[in-house]
Design a protein around this ligand. Structure first.
Ligand SMILES: [Ca+2]
Ligand SMILES: [Ca+2]
Length: 243
């Protein structure tokens, strides 16, 4: 074996050990996360150096808009084939609501996490997705930093796990969004082209709303997480010593 062979093996082992995943703290820029990816000085996305959970974070300020779609469609740590998370995956984000208001009245929105597979242009629907309601956000309930998360124990499951919905087709009776008949939870998770933390709940329509939201630590993490493994190892060591 030559020297290059050895180098290749080391790289493969390192990649397999971390299962491409990530958390964006905004200390090193947006890393592909944003709503509009720009601002005019007053409205849009702003990376703020302080006041996050902790430190840097992304503030999004907008008026007269239907909703917020905080998303990433470019960073391979957060998209791609989720079957790489063979033991499960955790999706989470920290949110702080300064304002969500409709004609001056504070309102709440559900925060949805949505995994999107874009369709070919020939398809009548622009994308197929699976989504989960992480819970309500509002100035009244989440004006302090709040972590929202969901665990997917098996990204290769065919059926939608409890609480998950699909889009890409419509139920002919209820007109609610559903997965197309030829798609499964696993088939969408194998082709994630965009991850969204969004107030656009599939099947709902919204009026002109004012928002100021702050985001920090959007995360796609393998289960068990490397830190957990290290803790487990330390725990095992401690147990052994006690014997
Ligand atoms: Ca931060
Ligand atoms: Ca696609």
């Amino acid at each position: 074996m030559n020297r290059f062979g050895i180098v290749s093996i080391v790289i493969v082992v390192a990649t397999a050990g971390t299962a491409t995943a990530g958390t964006t703290t905004f200390d090193n820029g947006h890393e592909g996360w944003g709503v509009f990816f720009g601002n005019d000085g007053v409205l849009g996305d702003f990376i703020e150096p302080a006041g996050g959970n902790p430190g840097a974070h992304l503030r999004w300020t907008m008026v007269d808009t239907f909703g917020c779609n905080f998303h990433n469609d470019s960073n391979p740590e957060y998209i791609g084939d989720y079957s790489r998370f063979s033991q499960g995956v955790r999706l989470s984000v920290d949110v702080k609501v300064d304002e969500i208001s409709f004609f001056g009245t504070p309102v709440e929105r559900n925060l949805i996490v949505e995994l999107v597979d874009f369709n070919p242009p020939s398809d009548p629907y622009p994308w197929t997705s699976v989504w989960y309601n992480l819970g309500p956000i509002s100035q009244a309930q989440t004006s302090n930093w709040t972590t929202f998360e969901v665990l997917i124990s098996d990204p290769t499951a065919t059926a939608l796990p409890p609480g998950w919905g699909g889009t890409g087709a419509e139920d002919p009776n209820t007109f609610e969004p559903i997965l197309p008949p030829n798609r499964t939870f696993a088939s969408v998770l194998a082709n994630v082209e965009e991850i969204r933390f969004t107030t656009f709940e599939p099947g709902f329509f919204y009026g002109f709303t004012n928002f100021q939201l702050r985001f920090d630590n959007p995360t796609v993490a393998a289960i068990p997480e490397p830190g957990t493994l290290a803790l487990l190892a330390i725990g095992a060591l401690a147990l052994k010593r006690r014997r």
